[in-house]
Design a protein. Structure first.
Length: 286
């Protein structure tokens, strides 16, 4: 009797294990538009030890997709939208044409200090818009290498410096990484060093001579500061180019239906960039 009962249980378990999620209907949420509209102008850091890296004006890109339902692994690209950005200060409109897989590009885009840019997107009879004022970023003007002797180990560091502006409160985003490694990010304000010289550092136990270290620094406005700080706290791979793991309100508004805002953010940023070849600057030990 016991053997027969066990065989019956095993049969049930075997049958149950062969069922998949496809056998059960799962609720599908209404797709939401995702707008990744981060436009970057690259400026070279002005210090010895840095080499040229993405300086100048690279064709801006805006990516459109829709949110995923359970079981989907790839974003669904949006390829039939109308996308344009207008420089409100000069009344110049840049049309972004669809290129491939939901990527929209334009040529000859001009980044101008203090100009206000407005994004407009039309998709499925819905109109979306956002505005952002472009600001320049302080130049990284010097760097040095150091050895941080901790309690149990010694880490090599690269320190880079810039001068913070005293004119108004500033917000920053910076990243640093070894070639081929994931970057480390930080989003911060200038509350404790307004108007002073600022030193930021990057350390890694694997940092050895002839390693390339990549740096970038960007100035944010107050709204984008809080938005990207939240993304950083959620430990996303890259706050400026990702969508939050939970819904997070960005600055893009659905003009047609305000109760159905898109995900994503629109910003026009100046990014100071550089590459340092470790072991080529004077080392300070602390």
């Amino acid at each position: 009797m016991k053997k027969g009962f066990l065989a019956f249980v095993c049969l049930i378990v075997f049958w149950g294990c062969n069922e998949t999620l496809e056998d059960y209907p799962l609720p599908e949420s209404e797709p939401r538009l995702v707008i990744q509209a981060v436009l970057l102008h690259y400026t070279k850091a002005q210090t010895k030890g840095f080499v040229n890296y993405h300086t100048g004006n690279i064709a801006p890109e805006i990516k459109l997709s829709t949110t995923l339902n359970f079981g989907q692994t790839e974003p669904l690209p949006v390829e039939d939208a109308k996308v344009w950005v207008t420089d409100k200060s000069d009344q110049i409109t840049y049309v972004f044409a669809h290129d491939l897989n939901g990527s929209y590009r334009t040529e000859n885009f001009v980044f101008a200090k203090d100009h206000v840019y407005t994004l407009e997107v039309e998709h499925q009879n819905q109109k979306y818009s956002a505005s952002y004022q472009y600001q320049t970023t302080p130049i990284i003007d010097s760097l040095y290498e150091s050895n941080d002797r901790g309690l149990t180990s010694k880490h090599n560091e690269v320190n880079f410096m810039f001068k913070d502006s005293l004119e108004k409160k500033q917000y920053y985003y910076y990243s640093a990484n070894l070639q081929g490694r994931d970057p480390k990010y930080r989003v911060f304000d200038d509350d404790i060093f307004s108007g002073s010289r600022v030193t930021l550092f990057y350390e890694n136990k694997d940092l050895t001579p002839l390693n390339f270290v990549y740096y970038s620094l960007r100035t944010l406005d107050e709204n984008s500061y809080y938005y990207y700080r939240t993304l950083t706290n959620q430990a996303n791979p890259d706050p400026l180019f990702t969508v939050p793991s939970v819904p997070l309100k960005g600055n893009i508004i659905n003009q047609t239906n305000p109760d159905n805002p898109p995900l994503g953010y629109f910003g026009v940023f100046d990014e100071v960039v550089g590459i340092h070849l470790y072991g080529t600057k004077q080392t300070a030990q602390r």
